[in-house]
Design a protein around this ligand. Structure first.
Ligand SMILES: Cc1cc2nc3c(=O)[nH]c(=O)nc-3n(C[C@H](O)[C@H](O)[C@H](O)COP(=O)(O)OP(=O)(O)OC[C@H]3O[C@@H](n4cnc5c(N)ncnc54)[C@H](O)[C@@H]3O)c2cc1C
Length: 458
């Protein structure tokens, strides 16, 4: 009896045991399969392999390597620079790995490597629990966690990685291992902020926290004339605010619809977005100074379900619009920085472009630097300049992002969040020197050939 020699990519993958769906360029759904969240990214992978479980992921990795193809791993597809899809590479899609199993007694959660934050939040909130996530609910748990995870609970319960206790990982040679305190602890350390170049995580195990179901959240909207005072008021409050409070101040163009007051619609404005995850009445008292000076033109802060807080900004980031972003970590939010930021925002090229400045500290400071691979934990704030051109070419918007970034760079600490790396920025900038050396050592141990190369750690 003769055995057929695999000749096509599909044959090679099947020979390795891949059982999922493979979408190659000649298929009608190829264009939708290759599309990520950012409409500015237009890449043509060799194929998209939809894995159904960890064995499938392992088979796809072995198959890609046997076929001599580079590969990428995709979860939520939210990477702004499009790291999860590459021209000519096999894109291994994990979206089907989205089960969320909550153990309410132990307050732990096991979540598939392809789940979205909305799926994690919905399942945990059924038990009054939450794992700190990000601010847009259709972001992937995978990419967000592997970079660190900054969100509404970060000052109260830490980064997403601060709740990560273990992970199931498919390594570059196709082995499936568990990374935990007692098994491959160096790998777990690297997964906690190292950016995902160490293996494909097929499930995460998190410690969950009691949150909600009702929290205090929403936004206070100020006219542009009060922008400086509103930013200063937020800065002053966050100097010694309780850890239950997280604040992000967004410079926006007020949308042309209710509930935004008519006189502000279509004009630059300041939205002070808040999340208080403690006792609601206590939160109202803590927020009082933000409502006093200056008084907002629109007050949308109130008790809301935690899942509503987690999705309240979703409409600012729909799939398919074209985005370009850059960010800074800040040692302080000084008046010079505020003035430079406001001046920069005045030339925002589109109504969808915005800038978010949020305060760190609180629980982030309880974890010593170097205990996880996340870089720049000691920063006091961060500012994220988000250019969006809708369906138009991103070029002029990217130029604006660069100008605002340059103008505010003198006030920044020079670092970058690995999940906000744009093309051309070295991944090394995301880490302190000693963390970088450890990351490179873990990389050499678990992926010596650099098969996982989304960020370029080698
Ligand atoms: C609109 C928007 C809002 C955002 N808000 C926040 C926020 O509030 N807080 C925050 O911290 N970040 C935020 N981010 C950044 C976000 O965390 C990153 O873009 C993140 O990488 C997205 O993860 P993903 O799984 O959706 O993306 P993908 O594009 O699927 O993956 C991103 C990277 O992670 C790798 N990866 C993903 N899953 C796995 C896995 N299971 N195993 C191995 N590697 C994997 C991919 O290979 C790729 O290199 C935001 C991004 C956008 C676009």
């Amino acid at each position: 009896m003769t055995t057929a020699i695999p000749t096509t990519l599909a044959d090679v993958l099947r020979a390795e045991g891949f059982t999922g769906r493979l979408v190659e360029p000649d298929r009608p759904d190829y264009d939708s399969a290759r599309a990520g969240w950012n409409g500015a990214i237009d890449r043509h992978p060799a194929a998209v392999a939809y894995a159904g479980d960890a064995e499938d992921v392992a088979a796809a990795i072995r198959g890609a390597r046997a076929a001599g193809l580079p590969f990428t791993i995709r979860a939520g597809g939210h990477s702004v620079s499009g790291r999860s899809v590459r021209d000519g590479a096999l894109c291994i899609d994990l979206r089907a790995l989205n089960a969320v199993d909550v153990d309410p007694e132990r307050q732990t959660v096991r979540v598939g490597g392809g789940a979205l934050l909305a799926e994690l939040d919905a399942a945990t909130q059924e038990h009054g629990l939450a794992v700190p996530g990000g601010q847009i609910s259709h972001t992937g748990v995978g990419g967000l966690t592997l970079g660190g995870g900054l969100g509404w609970l970060m000052r109260h319960h830490g980064l997403t990685i601060d709740s990560l206790e273990a992970a199931e990982v498919v390594l570059a040679d196709g082995r499936i291992v568990r990374a935990a305190a007692g098994e491959h602890p160096d790998l777990l350390w690297a997964l906690r902020g190292g950016g995902g170049d160490f293996g494909a995580v097929t499930s995460f195990e998190f410690r969950a926290h009691r949150v909600g179901p009702i929290v205090l959240g929403g936004m206070l909207l100020h006219p542009w004339e009060h922008a400086r005072e509103a930013l200063q008021a937020a800065r002053d409050l966050m100097e010694d605010a309780p850890a239950e409070l997280t604040v992000f101040v967004a410079l926006i163009t007020a949308p042309p619809e209710p509930p935004f007051p008519e006189q502000l619609q279509g004009r630059p404005a300041v939205a002070v977005a808040v999340a208080w995850s403690g006792d609601v009445a206590a939160g109202e008292r803590v927020l009082a100074p933000l409502r006093a000076a200056p008084a907002p033109a629109l007050d949308l802060v109130g008790p809301m379900p935690y899942v509503a807080l987690q999705s309240m900004l979703d409409q600012t980031a729909p799939h398919g619009w074209r985005f370009h972003d850059r960010m800074h970590y800040l040692p302080a939010v000084g008046d010079g920085f505020i003035d430079a930021l406001l001046a920069g925002f005045e030339s925002a090229p589109t109504p969808q472009s915005h800038v978010m400045t949020g305060w760190m500290g609180g629980a982030l400071d309880r974890v010593p630097p170097g205990a996880t691979a996340f870089g720049h934990r000691g920063a006091r704030a961060l500012t994220w300049i988000i250019g969006c051109s809708g369906d138009d070419p991103v070029g002029p918007t990217a130029d604006w992002v660069r100008r605002v970034w340059d103008a505010t760079a003198p006030f920044a600490d020079g670092g970058v969040y690995v999940n906000a790396l744009d093309a051309g920025r070295p991944v090394r900038d995301a880490y302190a020197a000693e963390v970088w050396e450890r990351l490179v050592a873990v990389k050499r141990r678990y992926d010596p050939d650099g098969a996982f190369s989304g960020n370029g750690i080698r």
